[in-house]
Write a protein of this length. Structure first.
Length: 713
């Protein structure tokens, strides 16, 4: 019998060999000290040394957020190796974390450890509901994390930590303007503590004018957060947060091949829109009920309202000069009440710790959609107007009640001074109660009949960390993630498909090191993510389709991150080299994409930045972003060539409290696309200008800003 090693398998074998060798050679060295002493929360749902966390986690700290003035969430998290927030315009986005760029429900988005949306109604744009001005830090868990966070935490979990009230008076006001996007924004923060009560108010409002480089791309967003911390006693505290965001955006959509090459600022849309409103309220009590134990009880409420006339929902005959198309207008609403109870118990025996809890989520999801007839100009291809369609097929009006009950536990123990073992799991029980408010079935095709449907899943995790030296730590991790069918996948047509949750097994090895007395830090990982029962769209005769558990996927890669802080210089380098493949995917009776690479999966993504402080009160930095080539279609016949961008940012502290800053994006003025896809199936006639679509990136732009900060400490 012969064993064939892939490059990743070889890397795993080498890493394991190095691990064992180093473990023996360094057997007398103590555990890592403060050199690797960074503390994270998301890997165990409680404060834990990163060196003792057996999972890949990237962190963006408060100092970086204040220094770099991010415009989007992507500006925050894309500096983490293996993480890419893909800009679709006006804070709309797709995501790629150990997955291709996609809009699938394979990520969990959290705020202070609480999901910002319930399962079953994932929204790939959900991070536009975050208030960036209110975030103290962001942690990204890469790989399957369902053992702690439940469904959808497959590619990763993104956890935004709200900023705590300051102990002394603090206030900040900032304004910014972008020269070609017509983009303006104002940020405000006010915070203080009076005795046992601390309050922090955070806000930003942004506007994008009609007059900018891209047609039909105006938008507005207002985001407000209020956090209050009240000290009840020496061992207990009460925390409350309220967050509201309101986004109103025109959606320019993509452009076809010819316009991408010659007129990327063109939009064929003139009425498509997205209107997102989200309100979240959390009330958490944290205290010591048992000696050496901390209990946290969080009650939460969510209300989300998403109305849209989506550009991607407009369908036209695949012939030149078509004048009549179809579209849809819909509203997807969510209301939730939930309870998250967590207890952390420390034991003296072998430094062991138990983290356990329960999670209860009750959500209502009313949804309504109407069909549209869309008029199209045959010469320019622009969509001119729309009217309600007389066609009833496809109309929807339903409500789903979603119940998610879960219990979780994680046990950590150190059999030796330098070895830390972690074992955990979570059991989720899910129920969908679906009510169709229209007449189901029949010639009108008003949707599926009423029903209750149950799912359940157990998500285990086993991991270990080993302190090779005071400056080196290694870890391994095996974990499982799961994704139940979305409400829309089950009830979006006249019949109910027989779907079960997709499952993903994650395997990874990691190495963390520090050099030069902590001035240089390395964080690296090798991983494989195996997906089974992936839900895919299967094409049927008569231009119909249905969802099926018909896919198996494999994503594998290497992530590498380096940071440097030495004197006047600082630098970071992050790269991921990955392959994402369909192991099994029959898209129809005649189309089999098994063995093909998944589309929109760059071969590599690399970001690097070098910063220099010529004087104490100023910094300038050059950033390089390289995105490798990828296939635009499942058949692997149409390819995007990738791109490399240069960005420059800098600031100057003019006088006490006042800071002026500037950013130049796409310094070399390159043409590039945030997103490139093709509907060409690999058979029949290939027509690029009808089948290829691009979300074009901005030409060179300059953003300038001025910030005033009052800090009495």
């Amino acid at each position: 019998m012969s064993l064939r090693l892939t490059p990743l398998s070889a890397a795993l074998a080498v890493a394991l060999t190095c691990w064992n060798t180093l473990a023996v050679a360094q057997a007398t060295l103590p555990i890592p000290d403060e050199v690797l002493g960074e503390v994270v929360v998301s890997g165990s749902r409680t404060a834990t040394l990163l060196s003792e966390t057996p999972v890949a986690i990237g962190v963006v700290h408060e100092a970086e957020l204040k220094r770099d003035k991010p415009k989007t969430v992507g500006d925050i998290i894309n500096r983490i190796p293996g993480v890419y927030w893909n800009d679709l315009g006006n804070e709309q986005h797709s995501m790629g974390i150990r997955q291709p760029f996609n809009t699938n429900a394979v990520y969990q988005y959290l705020e202070d450890g609480i999901p910002i949306r319930p399962l079953g109604v994932f929204n790939h744009n959900a991070l536009n509901e975050m208030n960036m001005a209110a975030s103290e830090s962001v942690e990204v868990v890469k790989g399957a994390a369902s053992s702690l966070y439940g469904s959808n935490a497959v590619g990763g979990a993104v956890n935004f930590m709200t900023a705590r009230p300051s102990l002394t008076p603090y206030a900040s006001v900032g304004v910014r303007y972008d020269n070609i996007n017509g983009f303006k924004r104002i940020d405000t923060v006010a915070s203080d503590t009076w005795g046992d009560l601390g309050l922090r108010f955070s806000h930003y409002s942004s506007r994008r004018d009609h007059d900018n480089w891209q047609e039909y791309s105006n938008a507005s967003k207002d985001s407000f957060s209020l956090r209050g911390d009240y000290k009840l006693s020496a061992s207990s505290v009460l925390r409350a947060t309220v967050i509201h965001t309101n986004l109103d955006s025109a959606t320019s959509g993509g452009v076809f091949e010819n316009d991408y090459r010659n007129n990327p600022g063109k939009s064929i849309n003139s009425f498509t829109y997205r209107k997102d409103k989200a309100t979240r309220a959390n009330l958490a009590w944290e205290g010591e009920l048992i000696e050496n134990g901390i209990t946290t009880v969080t009650a939460f409420h969510r209300e989300n309202d998403h109305g849209q006339l989506p550009s991607y929902g407009i369908r036209c005959p695949q012939v030149a000069g078509a004048t009549i198309c179809t579209g849809t207008e819909n509203n997807n609403h969510v209301e939730s009440l939930g309870l998250d109870i967590k207890h952390q118990q420390e034991f003296a025996w072998l430094r062991s710790r138990l983290v356990t809890g329960i999670y209860l989520d009750r959500s209502k999801n009313p949804y309504v959609s109407n069909n549209l007839t869309v008029a199209r100009d045959p010469v320019s291809g622009k969509y001119l107007s729309y009217t309600p369609s007389a066609t009833l097929a496809g109309k929807r009006d339903y409500e789903a009640e979603i119940d998610n009950n879960a219990v979780f536990a994680q046990f950590e123990i150190s059999p030796t001074e330098r070895l830390r073992l972690v074992m955990g799991g979570r059991y989720d029980a899910i129920n969908y109660a679906y009510t169709n408010k229209l007449a189901p079935g029949g010639s009108s095709n008003f949707g599926a009949p009423n029903e209750d449907r149950k799912f359940s899943s157990f998500s285990p995790k086993v991991g270990a960390t080993y302190a090779i030296s005071t400056q080196t730590s290694v870890y391994s991790n095996i974990s499982k993630g799961f994704v139940p069918p979305e409400v829309s996948q089950l009830y979006g047509s006249s019949g109910i498909p027989d779907l079960k949750p997709a499952t993903y097994n994650n395997y990874e090895l990691g190495l963390r090191m520090a050099f030069l007395e902590g001035a240089v830090k390395l964080d690296s990982a090798v991983y494989r993510l195996e997906g089974r029962d992936t839900i895919v769209s299967f094409s049927l005769p008569g231009n119909q389709s249905e969802n099926r558990n018909a896919g198996r996927t494999r994503s594998q890669g290497i992530e590498l991150g380096l940071t440097l802080e030495k004197g006047a210089f600082d630098a970071r380098f992050g790269t991921t080299i990955a392959k994402h493949r369909f192991l099994e995917y029959r898209a129809s009776s005649s189309l089999d994409y098994s063995g093909r690479e998944m589309p929109q999966a760059p071969s590599n993504i690399t970001t690097a930045e070098v910063g220099y402080k010529p004087i104490k009160d100023a910094r300038v930095a050059l950033e390089v972003v390289n995105q490798g080539k990828y296939w635009m279609n499942n058949a692997n016949t149409v390819r995007y060539a990738g791109h490399t961008l240069l960005n420059v940012r800098g600031y100057y502290d003019v006088t006490k409290g006042w800071q002026a800053w500037a950013q130049v994006r796409n310094l070399a003025d390159r043409r590039y696309a945030y997103n490139a896809s093709s509907s060409y199936t690999g058979t029949g006639t290939y027509t690029p200008n009808l089948q290829n679509s691009y979300t074009p990136g901005e030409p060179r732009s300059v953003m300038v800003g001025l910030t005033y900060t009052f800090d009495s400490k």
